[in-house]
Design a protein around this ligand. Structure first.
Ligand code: ATP
Length: 316
């Protein structure tokens, strides 16, 4: 059956960024099963774009998907388990209104890569549907809905650089004087976040209740000092990720040999990110990694804005 013609109304496109964790301190699991975190997020110039267009009453929320060339999106569900759809349903329920809209997702963020692409899509859906449905939801309510959807979703709304505490959902913007350049190297195969956390608990059975603090990273951001930041980068999930994917250790070494100041597993991996002294160093590091046969290598600036409406909606 062909869908009913959509009612008039302007589509809204929202761009939401991927994140890297400059610091990820993980504590022993809490009674609710979540791990307490102290993390420093940074939003990087790699985005998903989500367009929300009006739908006929009773049509519900539908989702279509495109992706940049060579991005494997076979693991992205198109049903109500997609985080963007879940976000739309949660926003509609919060306002007690029907959830009718056509969503189109154009993905650039690698899936299950430790870059929080699904969380970015959830944040984008909250912002796009808030605009499409003319709800003017207060920021505090959007942040609460975001936190219920996932630990990384509030940060995708806020963007920039920020300290994350709780299970990562309590987000406070962090002063950042820098203009940073990262090389991002995705992996052909994703790594499941719960699996990496489980392995973390096996490797660190005596992890302290209080996660490692992020003072050094926060100070380096405040000073805009790239060498201090490179020295301070820290990820408690790197050891378990490398244990599950030993090939990543070679990649980290190759990137540092190619000129990066420091390589790091992004969040739970398997994407690896490399902090470079400037854009020239980032380009030459990316070039060297490409020549050695790595695919999908990207050079991205940071920090960038959180989920925001684009002036011109995307054609879908
Ligand atoms: P995180 O680090 O926040 O756990 P990630 O970047 O490692 O996330 P995502 O790309 O967010 O991983 O996706 C994790 C899983 O979530 C996917 O394998 C997929 O099954 C499911 N998923 C649900 N909605 C989405 C979405 N919009 N985009 C990508 N994956 C989604």
């Amino acid at each position: 059956m062909s869908p009913a013609p959509a009612p008039a109304g302007a589509p809204v496109t929202v761009r939401a960024p991927a994140k890297v964790n400059l610091h990820l301190g993980v504590g022993a699991p809490r009674a609710d099963g979540f791990h307490p975190l102290v993390t420093v997020y940074q939003a990087v110039g790699l985005h998903d774009d989500l367009t929300a267009a009006p739908a006929a009453p009773g049509e519900g929320l539908t989702l279509s998907l495109t992706a940049r060339p060579h991005l494997d999106v076979s693991g992205v569900p198109l049903d109500a388990t997609n985080l963007a759809v879940r976000a739309g349903l949660a926003l509609a329920a919060h306002h007690g209104r029907p959830a009718d809209a056509r969503l189109h997702l154009d993905k650039s963020v690698p899936v299950a890569g430790g870059l929080a692409g699904g969380s970015a899509d959830a944040a984008a859906a909250l912002v796009a549907l808030d605009r499409l449905w003319e709800l003017q939801t207060p920021d505090a309510d959007l942040l609460r809905l975001a936190a219920d959807l996932g630990s990384d979703v509030p940060f995708a709304l806020v963007g920039g650089s920020a300290l994350g505490t709780g299970r990562g959902e309590v987000v406070d913007p962090a002063p950042d004087a820098g203009a940073w350049w990262w090389v991002v190297v995705p992996s052909d195969e994703g790594l499941s976040t719960p699996r990496v956390y489980r392995h973390h608990d096996e490797l660190r059975p005596a992890a302290p209740a209080e996660p490692r603090p992020a003072h050094a990273v926060l100070a380096a951001l405040r000073a805009g000092d790239v060498h201090a930041l490179a020295a301070a980068l820290h990820n408690d999930l790197q050891a378990p990720a490398l244990d599950l994917r030993p090939d990543l250790a070679d990649l980290l070494e190759a990137g540092e040999r190619a000129g990066a100041l420091r390589g790091l597993v992004s969040g739970s991996g398997p994407t690896c990110v490399f902090l470079c002294a400037d854009v020239g160093a980032a380009r030459s590091t990316a070039g060297a990694l490409q020549e050695s046969g790595r695919d999908g290598v990207l050079v991205v600036p940071a920090p960038v804005a959180g989920a925001h409406v684009l002036d011109v909606p995307r054609e879908v």
